[in-house]
Design a protein. Sequence first.
Length: 92
Amino acid sequence: MIIRILGEGQFEVPQDRLEELDRLDEALADAVDRGDEEEFTSLLDRLLAAVRHSGEPVDAEHIGPSDAVLPGPHTSLEEVREMLHEEGLIVV
């Protein structure tokens, strides 16, 4: 799965890492629903770090779609609220 982090680039994440990312995504969506800014910031940082750690950067010259788009690290809770799908940010 190719995941884009806005402002950073794309990462090819192996299928066996998606369950962990999905759990973080669900927890992040829950924090957004509750308006818990502190937990939201922590979970967003953890989600982005997990993508960076488990994924391989996609060549910047690659032209192709991303399977999921994540907000950058300084995105506000309100901005993420507008990005959320019913299933969260990462739709597997």
